[in-house]
Design a protein around this ligand. Sequence first.
Ligand SMILES: Nc1ncnc2c1ncn2[C@@H]1O[C@H](COP(=O)(O)OP(=O)(O)OP(=O)(O)O)[C@@H](O)[C@H]1O
Ligand SMILES: [Mg+2]
Length: 422
Amino acid sequence: MIKMPADRGGTRSLVGQIPDPHELYGREQFIEHLWRMLQANNVMLLAPRRFGKSGIMRHVLLKPASGFFPIALDLEDVDSNEEFVWRVTRELLVHDTTRAFLARAKRLPSMAVDWVKDTFDEVGFEGAKVKFKAAIGSDWKAEARSMLTELEKADQTIVFLFDELPKMLDRIVEKQGESAARDFLGWFRTVRLAPKDVLRRHRFVVAGSVGIDQILRRLGAVDTLVDFARLALEPLDDATAEKLVQDLAVFFALGWSPDLSRVLFELLGPPVPYFIHLFFAQLAQLPPDRRAKLTTTDLKGTYANRLLGPTCRHYLGHYSDRLRRYGVRREKAAFAILRAVAAHGRVTRPSLYEKYRRAHGRGATEEGFDDVIADLQTDWYVQLDPETNEFHFRLKVMRDWWTRWYPPESRRRLIAGKRGQP
Ligand SMILES: Nc1ncnc2c1ncn2[C@@H]1O[C@H](COP(=O)(O)OP(=O)(O)OP(=O)(O)O)[C@@H](O)[C@H]1O
Ligand SMILES: [Mg+2]
């Protein structure tokens, strides 16, 4: 019989859900460092999709250092500045600590005043959303700033955890245009920094499943987040990865051996916990007799046919879907670059430029190429080996997946060539 997670010291099969603090493997030092950095900085978490950013934020939320009061907001579906203010206000009203403080504050958005009671009527507030947003209208900047400024007088430092900030900016651009997104960034700066770039009292931790630099560049706002310390989340160290593997083998009642661990890590490359979880969720579907005495052949088969195969495509599809954000020509160029690096393993800059130029067609420039390559690096697809000046995939599993689903497309080039395209 399957034991429940609580009986097993916290191991569950997680294939994309945000891990609870006790389910995080090996992030203790990272979290310690994060709290240390928060003393004098805001923090931006950088990592490719599914590396564990939201899990870290959840840890910050549920296990704060003393003197801090975290407030978490998932901004994924926020598409206007008014919606953002409404969300922040709701979050501040939901918590007794912040609501009590707001009750004593001198300046509040007039709409919020009515809701600062002993208990918070969340359903009623939800119902008043349209009115709230309309009332706050063009005053949103001043109203929201004064609310946050009042809160700076609280005993504890508030840590705002903004997950999916880049997606929010994307959506605001899409729905309201670039100037609305610039407005947000301008406002966001004023609540973080006093004049002369002195950090104010609150702290902010931001993350996103897509990199933020691309949207900042588009908005001409690359310098707006200077007060953020950029912390990169890496794959696990070997010992921690092995511990996760052992625990999952026990959880799924798999016959395990050191040989299997060795092959598993050879197949996956750098141990990203998400891929380990995915791998085990697939191994667990083998027939019981094979699960009891797994072989390295089982592992290789599961990797090639399941992890890289159609069954898991939706788990990994975001690595190609997200390139849509680049726009049609740049997306095509990015695909051509990734196909080439996947096929050849290591490719020099000049030959990638050639791939980019052909795929992009009209309007291809060196600057445009540099932008695409920079994005592919910050989004952690590829990495430059400075010794050889060659690009290669950062993760073996990603290269294998890319090769499987996006093999080099000589045929397409042939047709394009016949039509006389570049
Ligand atoms: N420290 C960890 N220990 C164990 N598993 C982890 C850890 N971090 C992440 N995971 C695995 O990765 C998955 C995704 O975690 P999380 O949602 O925190 O990542 P994310 O970086 O926020 O992803 P996204 O970019 O999609 O928002 C989890 O479901 C789990 O399988
Ligand atoms: Mg996340």
